[in-house]
Design a protein around this ligand. Structure first.
Ligand code: PYC
Length: 313
């Protein structure tokens, strides 16, 4: 029987399952290199932790690995029900709060190496009543790659920006849909079709990268904007999506709608909020996303080698 310790948290409703160490030897090197080994040789670890019958489509996994960058305390590889993420904003907040719960970090700065670069998290001090749970993540630089790209869905032409925030996003404002929890099925269906049309029309991120996240925006009453983000495996992000908010901030900045240091409140479709702001560093747009996570379960994932679905469906 294999026992793999885990700790679950959620960030604005979006879950993160932290695996504190890898049961397999990934060969060292950068986190991007370790991801290649994980993906090609041990992808069943991802399926076991995330997929049914143990997990669910909405779960995001975070595997801690040794960083190659000596300025970082941790390396982290994020994954979901269909594959691997470059970065994950809600996941980074969840990981840092989980590490604080485990006593492995204290309020202050934590540097993490991800497959797409180093991110710097600040764990804010706790209120007197509890564990620290508020984290600001200074993300990898974000940028808008293409603007106002037309896509036809259900006899309707919509327009979107292609932007990077640690993952590739297509950001759409003129969809005409109600962005509310009552409309999740319609939003999912529509965003999925947008993603399919992008692939059919050969619309990609830089260097032909697949655009695997679609983000639909609407006005909000208690924030600057409300979003619905469809993730690569067809689950929607319950949080406002850290990398998606980063991509949105980059677009707002180049449109002259956001200044460095100005706080942008991004609300998710279920109502949770991230605060975002940008700084310009050597001409690059560097977003910082702030949100809260809550630990909610800990234990061991058990794999019985006789179980035909023990490593996931
Ligand atoms: O918060 O960056 C994020 C994220 C990506 C996918 C799910 N959440």
């Amino acid at each position: 029987m294999q026992r793999i310790p885990f700790l679950d948290s959620h960030t604005g409703g979006e879950p993160t399952r932290l695996l504190q160490s890898c049961p397999f030897e990934l060969g060292g090197g950068s986190v991007a290199e370790q991801l290649n080994v994980l993906r090609t040789r041990y992808d069943y670890l991802r399926r076991m932790a995330i997929n049914e019958p143990r997990g669910s489509d909405v779960l995001v996994g975070a595997l801690l690995v040794p960083p190659a960058d000596p300025t970082c305390q941790f390396g982290v590889i994020f994954f979901n029900n269909v594959g691997y993420l470059g970065m994950c904003g809600h996941g980074t907040i969840g990981v840092v709060v989980s590490l604080a719960y485990l006593g492995r970090v204290q309020p202050g700065l934590v540097r993490l190496e991800t497959p797409v670069g180093v991110v710097e998290a600040r764990l804010h001090p706790a209120s007197p009543a509890g564990h620290p749970n508020r984290v600001s993540v200074r993300n990898v630089p974000a940028y808008r790659y293409r603007s106002n790209v037309a896509v036809e869905v259900d006899d309707q032409i919509v327009h979107g920006d292609v932007a990077w925030g640690g993952n590739w996003f297509f950001l759409v404002h003129d969809h005409g849909l109600d962005v509310s929890p009552q409309n999740i099925e319609r939003l999912t269906d529509f965003a999925w079709k947008v993603r399919q049309r992008l692939a059919e029309q050969g619309i990609t991120g830089q260097a032909g990268a697949e655009i695997d996240h679609v983000e639909l925006f609407a006005p909000a009453e208690q924030a600057d904007s409300r979003n619905f983000v469809l993730c690569p495996g067809r689950a929607y992000d319950r949080s406002p999506c850290g990398t998606g908010t980063s991509a949105a901030l980059a677009c707002l900045y180049v449109e002259g709608k956001l200044s460095p240091g100005q706080v942008w409140r991004q609300q998710s479709v279920i109502g949770s909020i991230f605060e975002g702001q940008i700084e310009i560093v050597e001409g690059q747009i560097v977003p910082t996303i702030t949100g809260e996570a809550w630990v909610m379960a800990e234990g061991n994932l058990l794999v019985d080698e006789r179980d035909p679905f023990g490593w996931g469906i």
